[in-house]
Design a protein around this ligand. Structure first.
Ligand code: ATP
Ligand code: MG
Length: 394
């Protein structure tokens, strides 16, 4: 018997005008993520089907669980859209199950099939009652809710349902540049942005020798976890040392973090323009630290006109941690390596910074060429969920 994974689209089915674009993008994701398996993939406006080898089912399910744009999916048995074939297949499949009550739910999108859905419900229900002992119909709360979808090409029979990850397929929105640190928040921010269809490139600011190779490896492994939701993520590593050292040499202590973050934003904008990113994405959360009060955010944001998306801005830390655990980044994030934000922390960072003071402090050194140099000397690592691709580069 042939089985397929029957994929039902998520929110994308509400996007009338660009429905095909959404489906094609999802199709490309599915094809690419399953490229190492012997599968045959078909799509139409309502469904996608993946024919698979039985031995690969568990692997394929765990890949599909991470593809955004899938609402639910089912493991369906396929037969011809023809009465005898449907009856034989249904009986063969259902005989293997243990249950007391059932309901048959026929949907007939193939209008050439001669029997109406309601009538066919009764035919198939009667078939099961006659051939399997001790079972009853329960239309409200059945043990087995058996769907029979009679479509033009084939008929699909299924009674299990798996939740997909929802959202929009990655690539249905423009590109965002994710500020990816080794902390808990930014990988979660990246995941949430991708879930809305945003394609990501990631940027990590390092300050060698104040930050270690282990700190970078931690960011690469977080990026790797994120890349399992898409094809690959380019991770741009910025050498932030000269700028950071200058800030701490020339600027007043309590403003160092604010100015450091303004420099990060300026560099982010330049990198975004270079790689055609439309927005900056980061893990800032309102009130979490001095640089994330609304006043701080506003003064830091003042250096760029580019939209800054902060997916976790309004979440509590515990809510962020829940998501981090779910996407398996938490254990990596809490590894104790230093970040460039944590190596030079002033004793009393300003909570309500003033823009004019930032500007005055920044005039104490010639930072413009340093920003350009930071962008020109980027070190880019292509990160995929497959280890091999970046291990040589590190
Ligand atoms: P934590 O989970 O400990 O809060 P964090 O990474 O969120 O870690 P924050 O100091 O809160 O650290 O920084 C706010 C945001 O700024 C981060 O979520 C991240 O998007 C960005 N950021 C901070 N440090 C870096 C860095 N070294 N490289 C890239 N982005 C960074
Ligand atoms: Mg944070």
């Amino acid at each position: 018997m042939n089985r397929v994974i029957l994929i039902k689209y998520g929110e994308l089915s509400t996007k009338k005008g660009n429905r095909n674009f959404f489906i094609n993008t999802l199709h490309r994701s599915v094809v690419s993520k399953l490229k190492n398996y012997n599968v045959s993939i078909h799509k139409d406006r309502a469904r996608m089907t993946v024919m698979f080898d039985d031995k690969d089912l568990d692997d394929i399910k765990s890949i599909i669980d991470k593809i955004f744009g899938i609402h639910t999916y089912h493991i369906a048995t396929v037969c011809e859209s023809e009465d005898t074939s449907i009856q034989e297949t249904l009986l063969e499949v259902i005989r293997k199950e243990t249950f007391n009550t059932f309901k048959i739910d026929v949907r007939r999108s193939n209008k050439n099939f001669p029997i109406h859905s309601q009538d066919y419900n009764r035919v198939l229900g009667g078939l099961l009652l006659k051939n399997i002992d001790g079972i009853k119909v329960d239309v409200h709360n059945p043990d087995l809710w058996i769907n029979v979808e009679i479509r033009d090409d084939h008929t699909y029979i299924y009674y299990n349902s798996y939740e997909g990850s929802g959202g929009y397929p990655v690539g249905t929105q423009a590109k965002g540049m994710l500020m990816l640190s080794g902390g808990i928040d930014s990988p979660v921010a990246g995941y949430l942005a991708m879930k809305r269809g945003v394609e990501l490139e990631a940027v990590y600011f390092e300050a060698v020798p104040h930050t270690s190779l282990e700190a970078r490896e931690k960011v690469v492994s977080l990026c790797k976890k994120l890349s399992s939701y898409t094809d690959k993520i380019n991770l741009h590593v910025v050498n932030f040392t000269p700028i950071q050292e200058s800030i701490y040499k020339y600027c007043r202590d309590d403003y160092c973090i604010t100015i450091m973050r303004r420099m990060m934003y300026r560099i982010m904008e330049k990198i975004a323009k270079k790689y055609h990113g439309l927005v900056i994405v980061n893990g800032e959360s309102i009130g979490q630290v001095a640089s994330q009060t609304l006043t701080s955010m506003s003064v830091i944001n003042g250096v760029t006109n580019m939209p800054v998306i902060r997916p976790v801005a309004c979440l509590d830390k515990l809510e962020i941690i829940d998501i981090a655990r779910k996407i398996d980044t938490y254990e990596t994030s809490i590894l104790p390596y230093e970040d460039c934000c944590t190596v030079f922390v002033p004793r009393h960072p300003v909570i309500n910074p003033k823009e004019d003071i930032c500007v005055k402090e920044e005039e104490r050194f010639d930072y413009m060429p340093m920003l350009d140099e930071a962008v020109e000397s980027l070190n880019t690592i292509v990160v995929t969920s497959d280890d091999k691709e970046y291990s040589d580069i590190l």
